[in-house]
Design a protein around this ligand. Sequence first.
Ligand code: FAD
Ligand code: NAD
Length: 475
Amino acid sequence: MSDQKFDVIFIGAGPAGYVGAIRAAQLGLKVACVDAFTGKDGKQALGGTCLNVGCIPSKALLDSSKQFYNIAHNLPVHGITVDGAKVDLATFIGRKDKIVKQFTGGIGQLFKANKVTAFYGMGKLLKGNQVEITAQDGGKQTISATNVVLASGSVPIELPFAKFDGKHVVDNAGALDFTEVPKRLGVIGAGVIGLELGSVWRRLGAEVTVLEAMPDFLGAADADIAKIAFKEFTKLGLNIKMGAKLSKAEVKKDGVHLVYADKDGEQSLVVDKLLVAVGRRAYTDGLLAEDTGVKLDERGRIVVDEHCHTGVDGVWAIGDAVRGPMLAHKGSEEGVAVAEWIAGKAGHVNFDTIPWVIYTEPEIAWAGKTEKQLKDEGVPYKVGTFPFAAIGRAVAMNEAFGQVKMLAHAETDRILGVHMVGPGVSELIAECVVAMEFKGSSEDLARIVHAHPTLSEAVHEAALSVDKRAIHKGN
Ligand code: FAD
Ligand code: NAD
């Protein structure tokens, strides 16, 4: 019944699966990759959530909306005024779609160049490392391999009282494709998606209200950074209500009627569109035949060990479908590591230095431990901070807000965490990750020559500030 045999089959062609597949092919293995994602043109679109409805399209819209916002809010200070600026939403969304198509198509070309065989359909792992593929028309075929890597990713969590209808109550995919700027946009969840996509539509003029159930803003970030970011988002006009628990979302003629409770009791709000972004869950629907032996944990994630192995001979799992942060680069690194382990090489993913970036304005980025985590763990630490307000380049750019905060061990000076909010921090964090990966100290960064005038001087000064010797601020 199985007519095609491979060394490795990846189920899922998101950043975990497609990157793993290419690496496995580079290592001389015969590789297949099965994916079911259908693009806007009705054809297979490789790249998973990230390329189709996640990282890339959201950044395209963030960049377009930032250009528009800057015309009214940042250009006048440079002495530049533009009258009558307008957004043509069809072009705005069309640009994003073109970028998505370019990149999803690019993966098809990379597969061809690396001799990865792509299959279009839903893959199901059967016992004995066989994969049954169900095509769009219901046709089935079975392929097999020595190793199968499950990379089925994640999907948005749906709230039972605010179900997605694709029109009024939407998930990330819906909020990337509005055909007009909603006058009133409600966002449930002040997490990464809520803040990024809420910013896009706010910058185009929507009144955006974000309801967040937790009392603390951006709980995973360092508290000082989260506090600064909250203030900046409020300046942008995001109306973020903390400790707000939604209990009802009813679609009526005049909009979506929300009922939520906060510290002052029951509240109501009417919006034109509602984006629900309360987290994502591992997607394993229809992925596993009953007798495969692959286990799921209490949150529905595929159980794996530190080598992404499921415990079933030749079956591995990576990316959003397993434990760890739901980030594209984390999944990709797991894909590479698994390919290398399968090929008998030394794969490796360092979970301690995975960078987080939120692409809002200002951007937020961090790697390593927060101050609270160090306190809770009883680790002795020193803190260095430096504000972008004292960085010449940031002032010249009229983006002098936010700061860099560095945490180093009190005795060894080893960098334990770096947290930033401000201009360009999505790029600045890379230097800190390198330093941390090499077990560097704050003194190491302090002794490195940083170009002047650049934003990277904020990292340099924060490193100097750990030892109370920052030059351009009082210590
Ligand atoms: P996915 O990308 O979800 O890919 C899984 C693929 O497998 C999909 O194509 C799916 O159709 C397919 N599939 C599932 N089951 C089967 C099956 N049984 N048979 C065949 N195919 C199957 N992360 C970042 O690092 N940076 C960002 O800026 C960022 N922005 C984001 C913005 C948004 C709006 C969203 C929603 C997410 C964002 N993420 C970002 C998260 C990132 O998209 C995910 O972490 C990443 O896509 C996970 O990769 P993956 O390969 O594990 O899964
Ligand atoms: P999230 O976990 O970032 O945020 C969800 C938020 O919703 C949390 O603050 C949570 O407290 C809140 N929440 C949960 N239930 C709620 C409820 N009933 N009412 C109100 N608030 C509620 O999740 P997300 O924003 O959906 O994003 C999912 C994942 O996608 C992220 O965790 C991240 O891993 C990934 N992502 C990454 C990026 C990036 O790297 N820049 C961008 C977008 C998404």
